[in-house]
Write a protein that binds this ligand. Structure first.
Ligand code: MG
Length: 203
């Protein structure tokens, strides 16, 4: 499986990092070795001094597809969860300034914790799902899928022009504002609507 991540999909987050609001989705990938499941700890990497949390809604692809039209995109996913796109912001800034790829800042081991998945049928409107992140008990990120620049269907249509989507692939759909650093021993709890579905520590 592969992990596809959308960058700058919430205007308020693009602004907080002084990035332009994109006209097309920006995407990058993490390897499957980045995945962390079942609330296992996130191990802080030795090569960074500024790892940030980015809470994101994650959809799981459940059908093979390429060059998927937007109007058919909803047939390719039926479950949703949350994930953290951990980012070594110091390395990312360095790579960005040199015009180099972001992999070392985004794709490192443990950089993609993910929750369990829930059927989309449980939600009244998938384009209006509320989610938030608590760091040591304090809410630091709050988002709603209604504020995405590119909807799930638009993302699938765009990405699948370039990359075949396969069953089990995950798409991290971008972070709202409020990203910030984590430290060893921090406690992270993530909520989809009112349900806490992630609860883990930084080690
Ligand atoms: Mg992100």
């Amino acid at each position: 499986m592969k992990i596809i991540c959308i960058g700058r999909n919430y205007i308020d987050h693009a602004k907080e990092l002084n990035n332009p609001v994109p006209k097309r989705p920006v995407f990058f990938m993490k390897p499957d070795s980045a995945l962390v499941i079942r609330n296992r700890p996130f191990f802080y990497p030795e090569f960074s001094k500024d790892v940030h949390h980015e809470l994101e809604v994650v959809i799981k692809i459940d059908r093979l597809g390429r060059s998927i039209q937007e109007k058919f995109a909803s047939r390719y996913y039926s479950e949703v969860g949350l994930g953290i796109d951990f980012t070594a912001r110091d390395l990312q800034a360095e790579m960005k300034s040199k015009g180099l790829p972001w992999e070392i800042a985004k794709g490192f081991d443990y950089s993609a914790p993910v929750s369990k998945f829930f059927p989309l049928s449980k939600f009244k409107d998938i384009n209006q799902i509320h989610f938030h992140l608590k760091l040591n008990g304090e809410t630091v990120q709050t988002g709603n899928t209604q504020d995405m620049i590119f909807s799930f269907d638009k993302i699938i249509a765009y990405v699948s022009q370039f990359v075949t989507l396969k069953t089990g692939d995950l798409i991290y759909t971008g972070t709202p504002a409020g990203v910030g650093p984590v430290q060893i021993n921090d406690h992270l709890e993530a909520y989809l609507e009112e349900n806490k579905i992630m609860d883990f520590y930084v080690k």
